[in-house]
Design a protein around this ligand. Structure first.
Ligand code: ADP
Ligand code: NA
Length: 332
């Protein structure tokens, strides 16, 4: 039996959004201090699968660390570190590149989306990304990985890689990791187009809420968010075919720890004139304190670096014996 252990990570490729907060960081905080050991990572080596200006990468790496800390990841309760500071990630990543099959990688929809028509000219790292992600997870024998819906396929690939390794080497060494995808905000959508995922990059800043936005900006973005002409329905089914409306209800639910049904029990039958200002107020109440704490931390980069260096030592203590054992199993 494996120790119940959570691993997850966020890429420092641009600023953090409300999608990262509700789909990932808030849930990481909720899983802390309970039945699981929790390990959270700034996956900087994943970020460079697409071009990163070195100064931007350094800044974004500290910003993700600050986001974790400001949102409530406690370095005494969780192992919090930068991926590049634990070299076992790169080493196990290579070993697993030799286990993963090209046919499996070819099925990864996120690669197809990101590479687009340009697939001949993207980095080899972008293609191998999911096998490095498998290494991130398996290096800690993590049993559970909380992620947003967009990462489900990668966690399933991790299981395939673990199973093939166990089968090929006739061992029961790597666990079958479970993706934990739950809650109302597994897919936070763009505030101007509810059919698109809210992401770090995009045409207009009004499409997303950044974790560093101040109170006025957060309120303005929700007040201007796209909704539709109908009243809010009494039941979630009434949101079918209404992506913008559904997204705003899900965000309210995620921020308030309510279900979508509970939100509609309050607002069903009403128009947007009441709901939107309430959502803006709720978002400011929940997000503005995190954003000010992030700013405070970003003014003290040495403190962030100190916390992350300590975390890397703890991560190494877990990772190194598992890497050593993997080498031994494979015949090194
Ligand atoms: P991004 O997708 O923002 O580039 P990552 O790939 O590093 O960032 O994702 C970090 C975590 O945030 C993952 O668990 C991912 O599923 C989650 N996440 C990112 N965007 C969203 C979103 N719009 N809704 C829900 N979860 C999201
Ligand atoms: Na993602």
């Amino acid at each position: 039996a494996f120790t119940p252990r959570v691993f997850s990570g966020i890429k420092p490729s641009g600023g953090l959004t409300l999608g990262n907060y509700l789909g990932a960081i808030k849930r990481f905080v909720d899983m802390q201090g309970g039945e699981f050991e929790t390990i959270y990572c700034v996956v900087d080596m994943h970020a460079i699968t697409v071009w990163q200006d070195p100064e931007d990468l350094r800044h974004a790496t500290r910003e993700v660390a600050a986001g974790y800390l400001a949102a409530g990841i406690d370095p005494e309760k969780s192992v919090l570190f930068n991926q590049s500071r634990v070299s076992a990630h790169a080493e196990l990543g290579w070993l697993l590149n030799c286990v993963a099959r090209v046919g499996w990688m070819n099925r990864m929809t996120q690669f197809k989306d990101k590479a687009g028509k340009n697939a001949e000219n993207v980095s080899l790292g972008l293609y191998a990304y999911p096998s490095l992600m498998a290494a991130d997870i398996l290096l800690y024998h993590a049993t559970h990985v909380p992620v947003g819906e967009d990462q489900k396929q990668h966690v399933e690939l991790t299981r395939d890689i673990a199973n093939k390794f166990n089968h090929d080497y006739k061992v029961d060494f790597f666990p079958e990791t479970i993706p934990v995808i739950e809650g109302p905000a597994m897919r936070v959508m763009n505030l101007r187009d509810g059919t698109k995922k809210m992401s770090k990059s995009g045409e207009s800043d009004m499409e997303r809420v950044n974790m560093t936005d101040d109170a006025d900006t957060i309120a303005k973005k929700f007040k201007k968010a796209k909704s539709d002409a109908d009243v809010l329905p009494e039941e979630m089914e009434g949101l079918a075919g209404r992506p913008d409306a559904r997204n705003l209800v899900n965000i309210y639910a995620g921020l308030s720890n309510m279900t979508g049904e509970e939100v509609l029990a309050v607002y069903g039958g009403q128009g947007w004139g009441k709901f939107k200002p309430d959502l803006a107020e709720l978002a400011v109440e929940k997000l503005a304190p995190i954003s000010s704490e992030m700013k405070r931390l970003m003014n003290d980069p040495a403190e962030i670096d100190r916390i992350m260096a300590k975390g890397a030592n703890k991560a190494n203590e877990i990772a190194q014996p598992i890497l050593n054992k993997t080498f031994e199993i494979m015949g090194f």
